[in-house]
Design a protein around this ligand. Structure first.
Ligand SMILES: Nc1nc2c(c(=O)[nH]1)N[C@H]1C(S)=C(S)[C@@H](COP(=O)(O)OP(=O)(O)OC[C@H]3O[C@@H](n4cnc5c(=O)[nH]c(N)nc54)[C@H](O)[C@@H]3O)O[C@H]1N2
Ligand SMILES: Nc1nc2c(c(=O)[nH]1)N[C@H]1C(S)=C(S)[C@@H](COP(=O)(O)OP(=O)(O)OC[C@H]3O[C@@H](n4cnc5c(=O)[nH]c(N)nc54)[C@H](O)[C@@H]3O)O[C@H]1N2
Ligand code: SF4
Ligand SMILES: [Mo]
Length: 838
């Protein structure tokens, strides 16, 4: 159905789709949250939801006699978009009372008594916990050096004063720890953006630029589900397309998402991991028709490197003539025959043209539809093309992102009003001071994703084979396995990392990693693998100063949080627990600088009053933190049209790539392709200088697994959780069904009925979940919300894969640990599975 005929219905539909969301979207059916009267003796304070969804929504907390009675979303302002709109919490934030009082809260420090991972613990005092950690840390440092200590990736409590910076301080005062680079969110796209424009993958044109655009092409872009804050990117996106009724919205995604739900003109379901083939066929249409020559060739010649042979010849000559050693080095990696135009057209050294007919067989979008989309891209005056991170979380994520990133440049319009470069949109932000984590004397880093491997073979890991950074050369080994892990607000030890069954095996052996410390608020699947468990205070028990986080949307804000209730049970704030350990280590004075938490907060607040730079104007703040806590939320919108790569295209400022230009042919990737070593038995494990569609292990075309595991399984970020956070809230489990999505064609072929319990299995494990049969997912594809809690059946039932069945339904029971070629990142959306009735 065309969008225009849908427009009237769209408000109603999006309200239905967002039933569990918080989108202030419902412009036409404005649902202002009802405000129950404040009852006698009820006290209201401000807190914030600090999960990693990109926002930190403020939360109003009501207490009576020291007990939380209810929480409410922000309803303070007149709610005019772009001026003072509300920062409404989504269903998750609104369930914070349940989460705070959850039965599985960690209440006292504990130590493991059984086998690691068995989940047997006994309570201990804080004194014993702190002494054990201090002495073990000192022993491991002496025996294995600081390189053996890892602070694991963990994003469960964001950007507050009491976040993991306290642990950074502590570990740095002990001489430092092994660094990690990259993250589970954007590992592959960080590399793709750096290779293409030498910058960030999140500095795209701000969403208000869509006002000047006539075509919105979203590839794996789903802000309505993954940026749910009422003031977030999901709301910015909705406003942008609603306020521009003539814009055409095209969405390419294996799932029909809430970002569509009647708001799109066209949905094109694509097979996971095949976006590069799709992008190449669009490029083929643009080039073979002569459109590029007639319209954008001058742009490509001026701003880009590697479109054709002449461009590469010229670049090579310039590098050779530069006299600069590093440039001379890069020149060696240029193969002028390996140019984009020839690759797409199947000319020169290439024999296969990337035609829509070919791409259709790979990506599942028909030849006619690919041609139609290409035509729209060519006809658009100001195309806003955007590629979401779902495309990057694949085995070929770097090249899939890069292939899609080529499209905006091929139009020759990047830098103009309404045009994006493919990156995620730049956000608002409000600067604030934060506690310093102090500096880390250890300079070496491994990819965040390779920690489980580094427990077993860190000693031999190198730059050439494993992407270790900061080493003297490509072949010097890291020299040390990981011996101590601090998992601080992290469920990535087991649940959010790939291959939960395989990872837990590695962790179970306590002669490998000798110390695991977990600081959390709940008994999560990762917490079960702790040797020492530290119970943190939850947000509603915390004083803090937080900003809107890293994807706040265009509205920036600060929240001065005030503890609604006292720390419960024996829970301690991160600042205080690290302080205790610092005392045992004899570094308390350096750790605290003589200040308690309140003194620090006052100091950080004072620093914030004079914060030097901020993307958003900082509103007038009261002079003290205490006064700020009474007001709670301070907001300012940034409606500036910030155009991607403006300073390069319109301002002449060189980019951060080796050539300073947009690189179709990446010199950095060319160098890595030449110098790095890859395990050739892993299909698709290589790097190329040009972005190329890369068939991989367990991809659509993987003949090795196609028969046994005929379905492609991809995860997605569900409204029911933020990763694994909030999984233990019964309201949310009821509100958002945790079921594997299957197309009716695939379900019928297996004799499945709606709601049947099914087994989903891969080479690595089996999960047991209900099935949701829906045309909202492409045939041949299954989709599962990620983040459910890994729970091997206590009765030991074994599934079709030969592993104990995970009755928690965690997608990482099925995913593979296989670092991607360039980023060494997580390919967690690339999986092949089979599904049958349980
Ligand atoms: N298969 C698959 N796996 C994925 C993804 C995917 O798409 N598919 N996505 C990946 C991505 S993008 C990311 S960012 C990671 C996220 O992985 P994580 O950073 O591990 O995020 P969470 O699962 O939210 O876990 C955060 C932990 O913090 C704890 N926590 C929450 N609040 C507090 C607090 O106040 N104090 C303390 N101490 N702890 C707290 C929670 O209980 C939880 O155990 O997962 C990745 N894993
Ligand atoms: N509700 C909620 N919001 C969240 C989070 C959460 O857990 N829950 N996590 C937050 C975090 S840390 C992150 S990193 C972001 C993640 O944000 P994203 O990475 O954008 O989220 P995903 O759901 O993994 O993927 C986005 C879309 O890409 C689609 N997709 C997957 N594979 C492919 C593919 O091969 N091709 C195409 N074209 N599309 C594909 C998915 O169906 C999905 O609709 O979300 C953040 N927001
Ligand atoms: S999960 Fe994100 S959108 Fe929802 S309340 Fe928390 S911060 Fe806001
Ligand atoms: Mo993420």
């Amino acid at each position: 159905m065309e969008r225009r005929s849908f427009l009237k219905m769209s408000a109603a539909l999006s309200a239905a789709a967002a039933v569990t969301g918080c989108d202030s979207s419902s412009n036409d059916v404005d649902v202002v949250p009802p405000t129950p009267p404040v009852t006698d003796g009820e006290v209201q304070t401000w807190s914030s939801c600090l999960v990693n969804c990109g926002s930190n929504c403020p939360i109003k907390v009501f207490t009576k006699d020291g007990v939380i009675t209810r929480v409410e979303a922000d309803n303070e302002t007149t709610d005019e978009y772009g001026y003072n709109h509300q920062i409404r919490a989504c269903a998750r934030g609104r369930s914070l009372r349940q989460r705070t009082y959850a039965a599985d809260r960690l209440k006292t420090p504990m130590k493991r008594v059984g086998k690691r991972g068995e989940g047997k613990f006994v309570p201990i005092t804080w004194d014993e916990a702190a002494s054990t950690i201090a002495s073990e840390l000192q022993r491991i440092t002496a025996e294995y050096t600081n390189r053996s200590i890892l602070k694991l990736y963990g994003s469960g409590a964001y950007y507050g004063f009491s976040s993991s910076n306290c642990f950074n301080r502590l570990l740095n005062l002990n001489g430092g720890f092994l660094n990690i680079y990259g993250n589970y969110s954007w590992a592959q796209q960080i590399e793709a953006a750096a290779a293409t424009w030498g910058g960030s993958s999140t500095n795209g044109s701000s969403m208000v630029c869509v006002a000047d655009s006539d075509l919105f092409l979203g590839i794996g872009y789903n802000p309505s589900e993954m940026r749910q804050s009422g003031s977030g990117e999901g709301y910015d996106y909705l406003q942008a397309i609603q306020n521009n009724p003539s814009i055409e919205v095209i969405m390419v995604d294996p799932r029909y998402t809430d970002s569509m739900a009647g708001k799109e003109d066209h949905w094109y379901p694509i097979r996971p991991g095949t976006d590069a083939a799709f992008a190449e066929a669009i490029a083929y249409e643009m080039i073979s028709s002569g459109w590029v020559d007639a319209n954008s060739k001058a742009f490509l010649d001026k701003y880009c490197v590697g479109y054709d042979k002449a461009s590469l010849e010229q670049t090579k000559a310039e590098l050779e003539a530069s006299g600069d050693a590093s440039k001379l080095e890069y020149a060696k990696f240029i193969d002028v025959e390996e140019n984009y135009r020839d690759y797409i057209l199947g000319e020169g050294k290439f024999t296969e043209a990337k035609t829509p007919a070919w791409a259709a067989t790979v990506c599942g979008i028909s030849e006619a539809n690919i041609k139609a989309i290409a035509q729209k891209v060519m006809n658009a005056k100001a195309p806003y093309i955007i590629i979401g991170a779902g495309v990057n979380r694949h085995a070929n994520g770097e090249q899939a992102m890069r292939a899609c990133y080529m499209l905006p440049f091929l139009t020759g319009k990047v830098g103009q009003p309404g045009v994006n470069n493919g990156a995620l949109p730049v956000q608002g932000s409000m600067s604030k001071s934060s506690l310093s984590g102090l500096s880390n004397p250890i300079k070496e880093s491994i990819s965040f994703f390779t920690f489980s491997e580094a427990i077993e073979r860190g000693a031999e890991m190198t730059a050439r084979k494993d992407g270790v950074r900061g080493m003297a050369d490509l072949d010097t080994p890291l020299g040390q396995n990981i011996k101590a892990i601090f998992a601080i607000n992290s469920n990535s030890l087991v649940n959010q990392h790939a291959d939960s069954n395989g990872t837990s095996k590695i962790l179970e052996d306590d002669t490998k990693c000798e110390l695991i410390v977990v600081a959390d608020c709940w008994m999560t699947p990762s917490a079960r693998y702790a040797d020492i468990l530290l119970p943190d205070t939850s947000w509603l028990e915390s004083n803090d100063l937080v900003d809107g986080s890293y994807a706040t949307g265009l509205m920036g804000y600060l929240v001065a949080m005030k503890a609604a209730v006292k720390p419960m049970w024996e829970c301690k704030s991160m600042y205080d627990m690290c302080g205790l350990i610092a005392q045992k280590m004899g570094v308390y004075q350096q750790y605290s600088e003589g200040k308690d938490e309140t003194a620090w907060l006052n100091q950080l607040y004072a620093g914030t009053l004079t914060a030097p730079s901020s993307a958003n104007a900082i509103p007038a703040l009261p002079s003290t933190y205490e006064e700020a806590q009474k007001i709670g939320v301070f907001r300012a919108f940034n409606g500036t049209k910030r155009i991607a790569l403006d300073s390069y295209i319109n301002g002449g400022k060189a980019l951060g790539t080796p050539t300073g230009k947009v690189e179709f042919y990446s010199l950095d990737f060319a160098q890595k392709a030449a110098e790095w070593e890859f395990d050739a038995s892993v299909k698709g494990n290589y790097i190329t200088a040009l972005p190329k569609y890369q068939p991989t292990w367990e991809g659509y075309e993987d003949a090795d697994t196609i028969e046994t595991y005929p379905l492609q399984l991809m995860g997605y970020h569900t409204k029911g959780r933020t990763h694994s956070s909030y999984h233990n809230v019964a309201w949310l489990r009821e509100a958002v069904e945790d079921a594997v999505w299957m197309n009716p064609i695939d379900a019928n072929a297996r004799g499945l009925a709606q709601g049947d319990t099914v087994h989903v299995w891969s080479q690595r494990g089996t999960i047991e979940v209900p099935v949701r049969i829906t045309p909202r997912v492409a045939p041949g594809v299954a989709a599962l919300g990620q983040g459910a809690w890994y729970t091997p059946d206590p009765s030991g039932r074994v599934g079709p894969s030969g592993h104990v069945i995970d009755i928690g339904g965690c997608i990482n029971t099925l995913t593979r640990y296989q670092p991607s070629p360039a980023a060494k990142g997580n390919p967690q959306h690339t999986n092949r599975v089979q599904i049958a009735k349980a």
